[in-house]
Design a protein around this ligand. Structure first.
Ligand SMILES: Cc1ncc(COP(=O)(O)O)c(C=O)c1O
Length: 373
């Protein structure tokens, strides 16, 4: 298996002083206090034991209600499994669905871990590339549907997308769902950026249009919307018949998600809407500063993201983005992710996470300017 190039660059940068770290997908801000307090209370009140494989009933029920409120998804409790992170949710989905040699289709560019866990299970992954056209990322639906052929078992899609911010519309989701229903293809929808959508309170989700029996797995996480990256807490929405197998797989992976983090998750979902609103305001400011700075740099092609919190930009003349990210790190002390980490389509691009205060971003752009102009 190949190592993550994002990690490779970051490992070097984390040993340096005065680096502005824009490589990972996480914000500068701490977890909201009410969520931290909920975990502290739970620890003090003895939430110290093994928990049910699929999560506590209270958190599963809270997630069920949240999915109904946000996505108009009519789920039963048996469709919800709590996972110790979105990443673990992705891995569980790969373990659940994949046999060696299975054909899996994924959208590119893609966060490498999504494809990585399917490859770890022996899948034969085929990429369908987004194209940047007139300042926007676009999907060629005909090409995708051709690629989702009879021999395909799973389609994985992350929308809003890391790294591009590209987001599927409801009508595109409907076309994909209809096609996958006809051919019996599983859809694994990575919805971790669903609430970080620049045009509405939530991005379109397959959950809003699917039936409980559809072959759909939605992967979600507390990491991004509630600033909980280090907590490792997420969830899956699946057809009800996956519940037992997911519980068994969880038993052999981590056995359960810690009780006190699950308590924190309940508070995040029930009381955290104002925290998301505050984060959204901060991200808007970060987006504006980033768009203005990158649009002003002559070698940069800035492609507007619809969601998530990244700028994924092309740099004229750049043909080794990994080496460029290393050089930029050494010479400017700004940590970026190389576009090649996200698949071949990403070569020539760099990614930065703009979930930072505006003054930090401005300092980063001052440092980057000589490189990108
Ligand atoms: C697209 C996508 N999916 C899933 C995750 C995993 O989130 P976590 O494991 O922190 O819940 C990330 C994290 O960067 C991501 O970008």
């Amino acid at each position: 298996m190949s190592a993550s190039q994002i990690r490779d660059v970051a490992e070097i940068g984390m040993k340096m002083d005065d680096v502005i770290p824009l490589w990972f997908g996480e914000g500068a801000w701490p977890t909201p206090t009410r969520i931290v307090n909920a975990a502290v209370d739970a620890m003090q009140n003895a939430s110290h034991k093994y928990q049910p494989n699929n999560g506590t009933v209270e958190l599963r029920e809270t997630i069920r209600q949240y999915c109904q409120a946000q996505f108009k998804a009519h789920c039963s409790l048996s469709q919800i499994t709590v996972t110790p992170s979105g990443m673990q949710g992705l891995m569980l989905s790969a373990q659940l669905l994949t046999s060696p040699g299975d054909r899996v289709v994924a959208i590119e560019p893609s966060w490498p871990n999504i494809v990585g866990c399917y490859e770890a299970m022996g899948a034969d992954v085929h990429g369908v590339s987004l194209r940047a056209h007139e300042g926007r990322w676009q999907l060629d639906m005909e090409q995708l549907l051709d690629s989702l052929d009879k021999s395909t078992k799973i389609f994985i899609v992350n929308s809003p997308n890391n790294p591009t911010g590209w987001t599927l519309s409801t009508s595109e989701q409907q076309q994909i769902l209809d096609h996958c229903r006809r051919l019996g293809i599983w859809i694994v929808a990575d919805d971790v950026y669903a609430r970080l959508y620049r045009h509405a309170a939530a991005a379109p989700s397959f959950l809003s249009i699917a039936d409980p029996t559809d072959r759909l797995i939605s992967v979600n996480s507390f990491s991004k919307s509630w600033s909980m990256t280090g907590w490792r807490l997420g969830w899956l929405v699946t057809p009800p018949e996956c519940e037992v197998a997911l519980g068994q797989l969880t038993e052999f992976n981590t056995s359960c998600t810690p009780g006190f983090t699950q308590h924190a998750g309940i508070t995040a979902l029930r009381e955290g809407e104002s925290d998301i609103a505050e984060l959204t305001q901060r991200l808007n400011a970060g987006y504006k500063a980033t768009a203005k700075a990158l649009r002003g740099m002559s070698r940069v092609e800035f492609i507007d993201p619809d969601g998530a919190f990244y700028a994924f930009f092309r740099v004229e003349g750049l043909n080794d983005s990994y080496q460029a990210a290393l050089n930029i790190l050494k010479e400017t002390k700004v940590g970026l992710a190389p576009g090649s980490a996200f698949g071949q389509t990403g070569e020539g691009y760099l990614r930065l996470c703009y979930a930072q205060p505006v003054d930090v971003l401005e300092e980063a752009f001052n440092r980057l300017e000589p490189y990108l102009t």
